[in-house]
Design a binder for this molecule. Structure first.
Ligand code: ADP
Length: 478
């Protein structure tokens, strides 16, 4: 009776079930919601004991009696409440004791709908995972099967190229080869993507020469950069040890993807790679890479979608430049597998900077010498940097020859001054600037480099003269 006011004011208004009970578990009050949900009459409910409502929470004692222990109930958050007809429903409960009055207020929230919903979501998720698995397996099988005919076409076209002399026909065959390579790249991307999605992708841990890796990446793209007459520079932190342990092929894949995008979307200006060592804790090294371009750039709105799979900035770009929109999604996942992250800074029309970090290992100690076998390109950029001038150097055909002449000039001066470090850097750069079929010239440059490395003045000068003569025949008076 004394709870009537409570009944009318609050308890009946709430959608939660409210039960008030005493030390013995006798129910003294049940609100409207409790009456409805438990399917008792109001009078019946207040004759019940909590043990009838919360049957799961009270165990039979040794003598066959059940005892009501409110502590058992208090320790629960989620439990079940039983209706008059012995069916039950799940609830979240909360008990507020009023010690002086010796009574307890229990509030319960019916979570059947929530539970149903969770079960349905779980089922949908499981179904989606199954579908995804089937899709990935299908993709992996189809792409694998596609590789065989593409390789077949490639092999036959290469054989034909050896047999056919006609220029026009050779051009057509070259185009077919180019298309095969594009197709292989797309197939590989789809295969990688399927593997990454199904969690079958693993990262290798093998020792590799970091500087040789960088040289290989640069060699892969230099022809395309030259063709577009873009300025190109590479700046590699000399504190990076030569021998690293990690997945070389995947780092190359990341760099190749960023580089080919940079070249694809840059018509004039420059491309620049920067690599630095950001931290080393024992044998673990963090490297930071930047690939910068002065290309078409990417707007803020477009940036957000960029690392999602199959996303290209707009459809007209696909028509103009091709691509599947998978490259950056794969790149991002590969980087994350190497405990790194990728970022983009870009402004429409002004160019883009993609930067990323990866964690690798090394057995080389921090102070160990790198044998001075730095990548030729790294030295080149450093040298340009030291001059305080333009770090970007043009590799258009004419500029390249000018550059060669300039470097030959500086080289003889360095040899004469016995500035061997500088001479070695210059010789390495000269070697990379010469792309020639002239084997004799290549050999002489190599010998010159060896003589300089050994700081042998006589031999270095001798070889220098030979290289100069051969180069003059090729590019004009030096
Ligand atoms: P795709 O394989 O089609 O090139 P990516 O995931 O590598 O796919 O790139 C997705 C899209 O991001 C590209 O189609 C292009 O619109 C944009 N993009 C990527 N890199 C650059 C860049 N350096 N400059 C301008 N746009 C870029």
């Amino acid at each position: 009776m004394e709870f009537e006011w409570l009944n009318s004011c609050i308890a009946d208004e709430t959608i939660e079930l409210v039960l008030v009970f005493n030390e013995k578990g006798d129910i003294l009050f049940g609100n409207q919601s409790a009456v409805q949900k438990l399917e008792y009459d109001k009078e019946e409910l207040i004759k019940c004991n909590m043990m009838q409502i919360f049957r799961q929470d009270f165990l039979e004692g040794d003598n066959g009696d059940q005892t009501f222990e409110k502590e058992t109930l208090e320790s629960k958050k989620e439990t079940a409440m039983y209706r008059k007809n012995s069916s039950c429903f799940p609830v979240n409960i909360h008990i507020i004791p009023s010690k002086e009055a010796g009574i307890y207020v229990l509030m319960a929230e019916d979570i059947s709908r929530q539970k149903d919903m969770n079960a349905r979501i779980r089922k949908l998720k499981e179904e989606e995972q199954e579908n995804q698995k089937a899709r990935n397996e299908f993709t992996a099988n189809v792409t694998h099967e596609l590789r065989t005919p593409v390789n077949g076409i490639r092999g036959h076209v290469t054989t034909l190229l050896d047999q056919i002399q006609d220029e026009e026909q050779r051009k057509t065959l070259d185009i077919i080869l180019y298309c095969c390579d594009n197709m292989s790249a797309i197939i590989n991307n789809i295969l990688d993507f399927a593997k990454l999605e199904s969690g079958k992708f693993t990262i290798d841990e093998k020792e590799f020469d970091f500087y040789k890796m960088m040289d290989r990446v640069i060699a892969t793209h230099s022809a395309e950069i030259n063709k577009k007459e873009l300025r190109f520079s590479v700046d590699v932190d000399e504190k990076i040890p030569r021998l690293m342990i990690g997945d070389e092929l995947r780092i190359v894949q990341i760099l190749n993807n960023l580089m080919s995008n940079a070249i694809k979307f840059t018509m004039v200006g420059y491309i620049n790679i920067v690599v630095s060592k950001t931290s080393q804790v024992n044998d673990e090294i963090e490297l930071f890479f930047m690939v910068r371009d002065s290309g078409i750039g990417i707007s803020q709105a477009e940036k957000d979608r960029l690392f999602q799979s199959f996303s290209q900035v707009d459809a007209s770009i696909t028509r103009r430049f091709g691509g599947t929109g998978l490259g950056l999604a794969i790149t991002k996942q590969l980087i994350e597998m190497m405990q790194g992250s990728i970022h983009l800074e870009s402004e429409k029309g002004k160019g883009s900077t993609f930067s990323f970090s990866v964690k690798l290992r090394t057995n080389q100690s921090i102070n160990e010498n790198n044998d001075k076998i730095y990548g030729a390109w790294a030295n080149f950029a450093k040298e340009e940097d030291k001059k305080g001038g333009d770090v970007f150097t043009s590799f258009g055909e004419i500029d390249k020859n000018e550059e060669l002449k300039k470097r030959m000039d500086k080289l003889v001066l360095s040899i004469e001054l016995s500035a061997w470090d500088k001479a070695e850097m210059l010789a390495a750069t000269i070697k990379t600037l010469i792309d020639t079929d002239n084997d004799d010239l290549k050999k002489q440059v190599l010998r010159m480099e060896m003589a300089i490395r050994k700081s042998n003045y006589e031999k270095s000068m001798d070889m220098y003269e030979k290289v100069k003569k051969l180069l003059s025949e090729q590019i004009g008076e030096i």
